[in-house]
Design a protein around this ligand. Structure first.
Ligand code: ATP
Ligand code: LTN
Length: 345
């Protein structure tokens, strides 16, 4: 080996490796402001500092019944939205989960290392099985082991999610540690990465609940596709209290939520916001929150409207993502299969 090449390799060798991050979002509807502020916006911020991978978790979506044509439409839309919020496929791996078969394969192996008791404790399972009492299927129950496979295949250090997903990432850590203890080091044990601001945006109609895109009441959430008038109307109707003074305090869940949204977008502290709206009523405050949300969503919506027209481009980007993702995922899957005792040919 010539010495200059040797030198270069040494430099690469000694440079600390970039941290890795992975997260996914289900194509179960147009994301809400909660999804955006709690998760997606942070993904964009992370892509310059870390090696990132983000996926559309379409296999997860069928844990509740989906109409096939609608699911297909939502997969395209969610993929287009990932591009619209500013994720750059040159820097960041973007893909659709079902297009990388290793996810379902590793999920089976991990299922055999996940306990019934652990899965029974998952809040999302309890919530969703109460909501869909007529369809409590095996997939809904086993969902966290598929999520663990999504994560562990890519050996990430961090999983950037909203607060509601912390429990699933912790279970992923337990599964990874159990597997590593049994068979030797196969998986990186990842950490949940939850931002302080925006991690739990609440429903505009019932601020004790999280804002969710599958809420049956459309006034409860701001969809990333809502037009300015709709956004203003929904904020005007947001449930608050009867006190009419803007401050963050106990028993003021509705106003606390609006302050949280305003703070998370403008970067202002709660105190600065309280000062800004001193002597003003809830009406003025709601309009101000609506305005910053409208301006945040405007460029995303413009890009989305453009991209969603171009199916061929979206499919090309999906194919590129799936190819790159499969290479990484297959490497981890083979390692896990081999360590577990399977014959690799
Ligand atoms: P569904 O309503 O279909 O159950 P969801 O919106 O709760 O879906 P996902 O689409 O799978 O859930 O969530 C994608 C990401 O958005 C996750 O990281 C999740 O933690 C985050 N997230 C979801 N809801 C909120 C919220 N209200 N506030 C902050 N983050 C959220
Ligand atoms: N369970 C998540 C979506 C999801 C996910 C993942 C998040 C599926 N696979 C892997 C992070 C990493 C949800 O319901 N929000």
């Amino acid at each position: 080996m010539d010495s200059s090449k040797e030198n270069k390799e040494n430099i690469v060798e000694s440079a600390p490796r970039k941290k890795r991050a992975l997260s996914c979002i289900q194509p179960t509807g147009i994301p809400t402001l909660g999804n955006y502020l709690g998760a997606m916006r942070n993904w964009v911020a992370m892509q310059d500092e870390m090696d990132c991978a983000f996926a559309v978790a379409d296999l997860h979506a069928i844990t509740v019944r989906q109409e096939p044509a609608n699911l297909r439409k939502q997969i395209y839309e969610m993929f287009a939205l990932l591009l619209s919020i500013g994720l750059d496929p040159e820097k960041t791996l973007l893909f659709v989960q079902s297009q990388v078969p290793a996810h379902a394969q590793l999920s089976w192996i991990l299922s055999c290392h996940t306990q019934f008791g652990e899965l029974s404790r998952m809040t999302q399972f309890k919530d969703k099985s109460a909501k869909h009492a007529d369809n409590i299927n095996l997939g809904l129950f086993a969902y966290p082991s598929l999520m663990a496979a999504d994560i562990l295949l890519y050996q990430p250090d961090y999983v950037p999610v909203g607060a509601d997903q912390k429990q699933h990432v912790e279970l992923t850590r337990d599964i990874a540690e159990r597997f590593n203890n049994l068979y030797g080091n196969v998986f990186t044990v990842p950490e949940p990465y939850i931002m302080k601001s925006g991690a739990r945006i609440r429903s505009l109609q019932d601020p004790t609940k999280k804002m969710s895109k599958s809420d049956t009441n459309q006034n409860a959430y701001i969809s990333l596709k809502d037009d300015p008038d709709t956004i203003v109307r929904k904020f005007k109707r947001a449930v608050t209290d009867s006190e009419a003074r803007v401050y963050h305090g106990e028993g003021k869940d509705g106003i606390n939520n609006l302050i949280e949204i305003y703070s998370s977008i403008t970067g202002k502290t709660f105190e600065q916001i309280e000062q800004e709206f001193e002597g003003k009523g809830y009406g003025d405050f709601k309009i101000a929150v609506a305005e910053v949300v409208v301006e945040t969503l405007r460029p995303i919506q413009q890009k989305f409207d453009e991209l969603i027209q171009d199916k061929a481009y979206l499919e090309k980007m999906m194919a590129q993502g799936a190819e790159r993702a499969s290479k990484i995922a297959q490497r981890t899957l083979n390692k896990a299969l081999k360590k577990t005792g399977f014959v690799i040919i």
